[in-house]
Ligand binder design. Structure first.
Ligand SMILES: [Zn+2]
Ligand SMILES: [Zn+2]
Length: 344
């Protein structure tokens, strides 16, 4: 099979190689990949900013069909259209695993970052993490189930956004616009916030059914976003940018008793937080990292019922052979790139 392999540490070292087909081990299935999306993590790995242990096939946002079943696998059929969670293995015994928080398991390994992933024609994955794709979801959209599950973790499980709440999503990237759609689906009044230079992203937000946007570097728009339904401020900020100044700006939008859910990574930068503001307003800071199996079920339900439409976020599609152009494009802000992996 053809596979895009990180063959050396540091920047670069990506090669499209012919490798032996993977075999489904006990409890595994082999997926024939049809679509795999690039995310920031893949770009950072390619640039050497996130270290992995080569050789490694990248790609953790994928969809395809079941090509083979390993020993002991039931409940999945060959030919079924599927997407997958990204856990490759967890211990199953630690306090986190027993609580359903297997994304926090210290022994966790993950598809595309610690074990071989989906930028390949075939990939062996745990059958337990497989989800059937609804009939009305194409493979490219199905590949975006993983980032949608990350948004679900933040909005549904960590923020517990309720109908009627004022929510501001800071950062109009892929996760931000997915989180905004999830919050709308929960019945919240949602504003997508960014900077003036995010104009094209604001247009995309409006296309996705989120009419309210705010450039936080325009005082009038920032003050309007900070007003909330009754002039007191907003209930919840979902911070997806990871930019220190945006985190600070997000905190200042909150009403007393409000909460900020941090889902974006700051990339190692120090983030100054006005702790007196946090204390005086009794704010809650919550972190949201990755996703749990529950988030995939909620995500697919939202897509099947068309309450969330990830499709319009896809800005570019490339064949696997054009991976170099795909990675160059994915490194530019405001893009979401999908590799179409066509069977030979
Ligand atoms: Zn990702
Ligand atoms: Zn565990």
């Amino acid at each position: 099979m053809k596979a895009l392999v990180k063959t050396a540490p540091g920047p670069g070292g990506l090669e499209l190689l012919d490798l032996p087909d993977p075999v489904a081990g006990p409890g595994q299935v082999v997926m024939a990949v049809r679509a795999a999306a690039l995310c920031g993590t893949d770009v950072h790995i390619a640039h050497g900013a996130i270290a992995v242990r080569p050789p490694l096939i990248l790609g953790h946002e994928l969809a395809g069909v079941v090509a083979a079943l390993g020993p002991g696998v039931s409940g999945v059929r060959e030919g079924e259209r599927i997407t997958t969670e990204t856990d490759a293995s967890v211990c199953g015994r630690c306090a986190y695993c027993l609580a359903g928080d297997q994304h926090l398991c210290p022994a966790r390994t993950a598809i595309g970052t610690t074990v071989d992933g989906g930028f390949a024609e075939l990939v062996a994955i745990p059958a337990a993490g497989v989800h059937r794709l609804p009939d009305n979801v194409d493979f490219a959209t199905g590949a975006l189930t993983e980032p949608l599950a990350v948004a679900v973790r933040a909005v549904v499980e960590r923020a517990d956004v309720r109908a009627g709440e004022d929510v501001v999503v800071v950062g109009p990237g892929t996760i931000g616009l997915l989180a905004a759609q999830v919050a709308v689906a929960r019945g919240a009044a949602v504003t997508v916030a960014g900077l003036q230079r995010h104009d094209a992203r604001f247009r995309l937000a409006r296309q996705l059914g989120i009419p309210r946007t705010a450039a936080l570097d325009l005082p009038a728009e920032r003050d309007a976003a900070a007003r909330g339904r009754d002039g007191l401020g907003v209930d919840t900020v979902i911070e997806s940018s990871g930019a220190p100044e945006m985190i600070e700006a997000g905190l200042r939008l909150l009403r007393k008793g409000g909460r900020l859910v941090q889902v974006g990574f700051a990339g190692g930068r120090a983030v100054p937080v006005d702790l007196d503001l946090v204390v005086n307003r009794e704010l809650t800071l919550v972190a949201s990292r990755g996703k749990r199996p529950t988030c995939f079920r909620i995500a697919l339900d939202l897509v099947e019922s068309r309450r969330v439409t990830p499709g319009p976020l896809i800005s570019h599609r490339f064949a696997l052979a054009d991976w170099a152009a795909a990675f160059e494009t994915a490194a530019r802000p405001g893009t979401k790139v999908v590799l179409d992996i066509v069977p030979e």
